[in-house]
Every structure is written in C-alpha cells, then in structure tokens.
Design a protein around this ligand. Structure first.
Ligand code: GLC
Ligand code: CA
Length: 600
C-alpha cells in the first residue's frame, strides 16, 4: 500500500473557461461496430482483454439495512455490472476479520465475514456471476494474518509451540525492539508480546503479524487457501502486498533518510524488509497451484506490486512469465500529473517491459485518493474523467476499474479526527487523513443514503452523489457512466483487445495520440487525447511503422484516409474535431477515436 498525499500538479494550470464538455467526444451513443464483426480473432487468454472491477464489499450495496455492504448486495448489482461491461470482479477481503484494517486482517481465510453474509450467499454470488459470464477474484492477503487468527494465537502461546515459526519472533536488543524497522503504518514494526517476552514483526498494523513464508507448513497452509477458493470456482486472486513477504534474516537496520514521514517517524529506506528475491519462489508456487488445479480455467494472479521502477515491477511477471500474469503498475496509477508526455513515457516503458508481460492499468483503488479528484481541476472534472477513461480503456493493456469511478465518485475525507475509521488516519492526522475518503458507499441514486442502504451507512458519500449516481447518469446520454459503457463496448473489439500501440504524436506536449494497428481482421484505429485545457490543432504523424497500411509508405496524411469516428457514433463532436484535411481540432480535454483506413 502506497498512498498519494500530494496535490495534483497540473502541467497546464491556465484557467481557460472553455466549455470542454460541450466539445468533448463524450456522447453516449453506441460505439460504431467495427468492421468484420464475427470473424474469429487469434485466441488470447481471457484476462488479457477482460475489464476488471474492484469492489470494496463494505461499501458497494447493503441489503439487510445495517449500513454496511454485503455479499448479497454485490449479487443484486450483477446486472448493473454486466450492463457496464465488466468481465471480472475483484472483491477486497470479505473474510472473518476483527476489521482493524477493514478486512486486511484476516482471522479465517476460508469463510465469509458474518457481517457480509454466509458462504451460501457467496456460492450464490458465484453461481449468479457465472450465469452472466462474470468471473470472481478473491483478495489473498499473503503477507500477514490477523493477530486473532488461530495460527497466531497458537504461535504466541509459547516459544516452543509448533506454530511458533509460522510468524517472525525475535528477541529484543538493548531493551528495545530487535532493529529499527518501521511499520508502513507508522512506528516500530516490532511488538513485544509479554507472554513469551519476544517481539513479533508486523509490516502493517500490530494487529497484522507477518507470517513466515520460510516455514514449509505455513507455506502449504497458505497454498491450501488458494486451493479452497479455486475449488469453489473463483478465477484467481489479487495478491496483497506481495513485495514484503520476506525480510533479511540477519535483521540489518534499514538506512535512515533525512526528514520525517506523515506519522512523524524518521524516514527510512525499506532496504532489508522489501523485495527479497525469495518472493519469486513463492509467486511461482502460487502460479503452479493455479495452473495445475483441476478445473481452474486459466485462473489469474493480479499483484499489488510496487517497486522503484518499471524493471523491478516487471520482475514480478517472472523470467519466463511464470509468476504473476498481471502485476499492477503503480507508477501509472500514481502519476500525479495530467501530463501527456509523462503518460506517453510510462506507457512506452511498460509496453517494452523487460519480461514481455501484458500490461495492467488502473487509476484508483481503496488505498488511494480517487482519480476524479486527483486529475480534476475543479471545473471540468467530468470532462477530465472522460479523458482519463478514454486512455485507460483504449490503451494496450487490461483495465482495472474501482467501483464508482464510472460515475465520477469523489473522495469524502473525514473533516474531524473523531470521525476517522482507518487507523492510519488516526495516527497520522491531520497530514494523513486515512483512506475512508475513497471508500464511501457506492452512489446508486440521488435519494436517501445514495440508495446504498435503508439506514445510515458506515461512511457518508460526498454531496455530489445527488448528481453523480447510477440512476441519474443512466438516463443522461452524455454522462460519464454512459461514456464508460461506450468505451468498454469498443474495447471488446480488435484492435483494442490485443493489438499493439504505436504513438503518432511526435512527443506533443499536450496531445497523446496512438494508433492501435489492425489486429486479426480489424482496421487501424486512431486515438487522440487532449490533456490540456486549451484547444489544440493536431496533425497525427501516421508513419509506415505506426499504421499497417498503405504498406511501405512514410507519413500518410489523414486526408488520404477514410476516417470513421467510433466514439461518439453520432457525431456532432467528432465532426467538430475532424472536418477533413490532415488536422484534428482538439477541444480542451477532447477525445477522438476513429477507425482509419485506405479508401478503395
Ligand atoms: C494492501 C491493501 C491495504 C492494506 C494493506 C495491508 O496494501 O491494499 O488496504 O491496508 O495491504 O494489508
Ligand atoms: Ca449489510
């Protein structure tokens, strides 16, 4: 878990009050069907072209009126997800848990938290999802359990308990903890346990002791968790915090850096307790379980993989792509600028990742300020959200959405420390307000409690729920929700599913423009996105390398091609953007997506 605190730095902060949304190519009409529909395309694994959707179960939909979401709530919204175009949902932990870290402190890996429902509810969810061709991924918290997990209770009971070594126990040093390692959530990463007078290690909260993956029984018990859920029929796992599974057995102190962090602790480099190479052995073992489990149909691992650079994250694919199929690219998600050059750099870099793995992209999640707020300028937020969605959903790679981003949900951060639920917000207030703000209830209607529950929800939605909700946006053809639907339909076709991605923007400072060259029997498609708040005249550089025709020709001007806008299909906006000739007239934050082909 990394968290973005700083405010977005706009590359072009000029406040031109242009009616961006009027010009934005955000109409809701159906994406024009691409040509050659129905012809079989080359077969690639499902997760390479699926749209993934993260659900925070506590906040998605409450069906029993207790103010917190539940499994039946997810089931009740499967038709909505189907209509949106979602292929797979990742449910953040819904297992029994003291809820210190809202589910990321698990006390039983193979059951459903009573406040979220029963195993029968979960089985029903799986069955109903299957009917709709929606797959389910579980969140697998591999680094730690709850301190209330029976494994830990046994482990802490005596120094010679058979499960003692399932966790990381050490003697203190000079009257204090064994070394200077800090928890990511503030303070020492060691807690003295009076009963046996030893310290246990916790990279996150003290209620989340780290397990010891070097212990073979622990490892087998964890792999059995995978098998349990695969047997039920889930399609894979999102692996929580995989980077920190191993620590230096010699417990070297971490280097201390200048300054203090949001918790007021000295900054340190996580040199000896993060990214140990042994993590790759575990990833391979997990992958083998998936690949060999009878009946598991191409199950997938999505990884919460952070690292200092693309190279280090891409190591998580495995040298022969035998580890995590979809490591998350946190550099893309955390780019705190609305900058065409920076996104271009990141996309190029990830496309060329040394492992040759398939990219996964996302902007928002349950640990991070929602991107509607991060990228918005306060005036054109909906237009900017459409721009970001257009990139996420047309670039080469698998998109992962966070519930509510499709309707433009905002953060609603606590205003007073007394209102904070997330412990990091309590320790770090006011610099760190915690993560409650991005976890507010899904906004289904503009009515009471945003249609999430019949009683007061555990967290309160931002006031914008009155305009930004599923019911209202479904009816508005120009809404963000309908724009997401249009784009998702479009990306269900080649070349958006599997095709390459070639930049044709000559490193323009404001415009990101790429061709998705024909793949299978499709045609080349051109995507042009204006990241600036000013109108821009833009001429794509359609070189022979970028487009698949006319073969061998360098620099084909648009005027020599037939340009057929795909989004929106109705086109007053598209007509304003492409009026013939070689140039696109991009409005502020404008989106233009078109099929380009040789005239016959
Ligand atoms: C991951 C989760 C985060 C959690 C942490 C500890 O980063 O995304 O929500 O607090 O792991 O489990
Ligand atoms: Ca409930």
């Amino acid at each position: 878990m990394m968290r973005l605190i700083s405010k977005i730095k706009l590359i072009n902060p000029c406040l031109v009050a242009f009616l961006a949304s009027v010009f934005l190519a955000g109409g809701s009409a159906q994406a024009t069907e691409l040509l050659h529909e129905g012809i079989t395309e080359p077969k690639t694994p499902w997760w390479q072209h699926a749209v993934f959707y993260e659900i925070y179960p506590r906040s998605f939909k409450d069906t029993n009126g207790d103010g917190i979401g539940d499994i039946n709530g997810i089931t009740s919204k499967l038709d909505y997800l189907k209509e949106l175009g979602v292929d797979a949902i990742w449910i953040t932990p819904c297992f029994p848990s003291p809820q210190v870290d809202f589910g990321y402190d698990i006390s039983d890996y193979c059951a459903i938290a009573p406040e979220y429902g029963t195993m029968a509810d979960f089985d029903n969810l799986l069955a109903e999802a299957k009917k709709r061709n929606i797959r389910i991924l579980m969140d697998f918290v591999v680094n730690h359990t709850s301190d209330k997990h029976p494994w830990f209770e046994e482990s802490r009971s005596s120094r010679d308990n058979p499960k003692r070594d399932w966790y990381i126990w050490r003697d203190g040093k000079n009257g204090g903890p064994p070394n200077n390692w800090q928890s990511l959530f503030g303070r020492s990463a060691w807690k003295l346990d009076a009963k046996t007078n030893q310290y246990y290690y916790h990279f996150f909260y003290a209620e989340q002791p780290d397990v010891n993956w070097r212990n073979p029984q622990l490892k087998e018990a964890m792999l059995d968790v995978d098998r349990f859920w695969l047997k039920k029929g889930v399609s894979g796992f999102r692996l929580d915090a995989v980077g920190c599974l191993f620590e230096d057995p010699e417990l070297h102190d971490n280097p201390v850096l200048a300054g203090t962090n949001n918790f007021g602790d000295p900054n340190t480099e996580f040199k000896y307790n993060d990214h140990y190479p042994e993590v790759h052995d575990v990833m391979r073992d997990l992958r083998t379980v998936l690949d060999t489990f009878p009946g598991a149909d191409n199950a997938v691992l999505v990884g919460e993989t952070s690292g200092p650079d693309v190279k280090s994250i891409s190591e998580m694919y495995g040298k022969t792509l035998d580890e995590i199929q979809l490591p998350m690219n946190f550099h893309f998600a955390y780019l705190n600028m609305r900058s065409a050059p920076e996104f271009r750099r990141l996309i190029k870099e990830w496309n060329a990742n040394p492992a040759g793995g398939w990219p996964l992209y996302f902007f928002s999640n349950h640990d991070q300020i929602r991107h509607y707020v991060r990228y918005g300028d306060g005036k054109n937020n909906d237009a900017i959200a459409k721009l970001m969605a257009a990139m996420l959903l047309t670039v080469r790679g698998t998109p992962l959405l966070y519930y509510g981003e499709e309707i433009g949900m905002e953060n609603n951060d606590p205003k007073r420390v007394e209102d904070v639920y997330d412990p990091i917000g309590k320790i770090g207030w006011p610099k760190e307000k915690g993560r409650d703000g991005e976890r507010t209830p899904m906004q289904w209607t503009g009515g009471q409690y945003a249609g999430f529950s019949t009683s007061k929800p555990w967290l309160t939605s931002a006031d914008s729920f009155k305009t930004h909700n599923v019911e209202t946006e479904t009816k508005d053809k120009d809404s963000l929700l309908n724009f997401y639907k249009t784009l998702i339909k479009l990306r269900g076709h080649e070349p958006f599913k599997n095709g390459d991605c070639k930049f044709v923007d000559a490193n323009d400072p404001n415009i990101l423009s790429y061709v998705r060259p024909a793949y299978g029997h499709s045609q080349d498609c051109l995507v042009t996105l204006n990241f600036s708040d000013k109108p821009v005249e833009f001429t794509p550089l359609l070189t022979g390398q970028a487009i698949t025709f006319p073969h061998g020709e360098e620099n084909v001007p648009l005027s020599k091609l037939v340009v057929q806008p795909l989004v929106p299909a109705d086109a007053s906006c598209s007509k304003a953007i492409y009026r013939g000739g070689d140039t696109l007239h991009m409005p502020p934050f404008g989106v233009f997506i078109a099929e380009i082909k040789r005239s016959n």
